[in-house]
Design a protein around this ligand. Structure first.
Ligand SMILES: Cc1ncc(COP(=O)(O)O)c(C=O)c1O
Length: 388
């Protein structure tokens, strides 16, 4: 049994979430609960900490790469056993993060004047990646929101894919911020439309391990084992609370693209702690992860009951994946900015719809990867902010 109820202070660790909060949320009061940026307030699994301690004991932290093949065996085994995805050794490239990888991929998979589709609401850095790549245009495929459950507008998607300038789709599975896990049927439709129109697919599956206990992600690459136009982005960072280590694994099947990617990315670098942490996570992290998922399920259930009782006009469905709650507060008549301000001033730092590109008005995203006692206090404060 692991302890997810323990409250651990992150003050003074240079954490963006806590030490950086005042920079981004200037009116956050002292003692504000940080529920914005997506990392967790749970201790890293003891198996991973032990591996990192052992590495410290080796006393020297010089230039480091991956030279022990067991790294790849462990990674391949994780994806095979947990997802049924067969990853070949040569497909794997490492990156300092999924976002840096998406930035490079958006550039090398398209050319100036091309369109890149994202589904909105969208994780902000996807838009950032398109914006950074010179002359690329972002097309928004607006998800359809039915009482808080999101589905794809395939008619619009197909139309956008048919535009000859459209060459790339950034898929997010599970979807941040809505928490949707796309079904095999939906993924098949996405693949068929993209492939028929020469559109590549970046599938960001960074949240794929973090599903509700009764849910499972089917990687789109698993459905189409020979497809060369699918790139899968993964990382141990979200799953095991290692984001500060800056390490991710990207699966690129197409050899030419892989070469181009590596050239543009300027050579992958990593650090001694990421390697040992990743190996420990993917070889010994199964039990910890499954307990974590059950704990997160409990937090989401608590919120469901709380909202039904105290804020019944809020629109919310328990997300299928991720550890963020996406809550519609349109009934309270406040803009994104007003919601953010009111809730922040009442001592909870969340992200409002303005962080999610488009199609996100009057929504808030609340990161609930923290002890239940903290979730309870935070939602009491949110209630006060909306009613008080
Ligand atoms: C969908 C998605 N992709 C990528 C990231 C960040 O990835 P990384 O820290 O590896 O750059 C996040 C973090 O919130 C995310 O939600």
């Amino acid at each position: 049994m692991y302890n997810f109820d323990q409250i651990i202070s992150r003050a003074g660790t240079d954490s963006v979430k806590y030490d950086g909060m005042k920079r981004f949320y200037t009116d956050a009061p002292e003692g504000a609960i940080a529920m914005w940026i997506a990392d967790m307030d749970f201790a890293v699994a003891p198996e991973i900490l032990e591996a990192m301690h052992e590495r410290i004991e080796k006393k020297i932290f010089g230039y480091t790469g991956i030279f022990d093949e067991s790294y790849y065996d462990i990674l391949i085994n994780w994806y095979k056993t947990r997802f049924g995805l067969e990853v070949k050794r040569e497909e794997i490239v490492i990156s300092n993060g999924v976002v840096p990888a998406v930035n490079v991929l958006a550039e090398v998979m398209t050319k100036e004047g091309d369109n890149i589709i994202i589904t909105t609401p969208s994780y902000g850095p996807f838009f950032g990646a398109i914006n950074k790549a010179k002359g690329r245009n972002a097309l928004y495929n607006r998800l359809i929101n039915t009482d808080g459950y999101y589905t794809m507008d395939f008619e619009d998607f197909e139309q956008k894919c048919k535009d000859p300038n459209t060459t790339l789709f950034i898929l997010c599975n599970p979807h941040n911020p809505t928490g949707r896990i796309w079904t095999a049927e939906e993924l098949t439709k996405i693949y068929e439309i993209c492939t028929a129109n020469g559109v590549g697919i970046i599938s960001d599956e960074i949240h794929a391990d973090l599903t509700r206990v009764n849910q499972k992600v089917v990687p789109i690459a698993k459905l189409f084992p020979d497809a060369k136009n699918i790139i899968t982005c993964t990382a141990p960072s979200k799953t095991f609370n290692l984001a500060g280590n800056g390490h991710s694994n990207i699966f690129i099947r197409d050899e030419e693209l892989r070469k181009e990617y590596m050239k543009a990315a300027g050579g992958a670098s990593t650090n001694p702690f990421s390697i040992v942490a990743t190996k420990a996570a993917y070889s010994q992290g199964h039990y910890w992860l499954d307990e974590l998922r059950a704990y997160l399920d409990g937090n989401f259930e608590y919120i469901k009951q709380f909202l039904a009782e105290k804020l019944p006009e809020a629109v919310y469905t328990v997300p299928e994946g991720t550890y963020v709650a996406w809550i519609g507060l349109g009934a309270y008549g406040l803009s994104n900015e007003e919601l953010e301000k009111k809730i922040t001033q009442n001592g909870v730092v969340i992200e409002s719809g303005r962080s999610f590109v488009d199609n996100a008005d009057s929504y808030i995203r609340v990161n609930i990867a923290c002890p239940l006692s903290v979730v309870k206090e935070a939602f009491n404060r949110i209630e006060k902010a909306l009613k008080g």
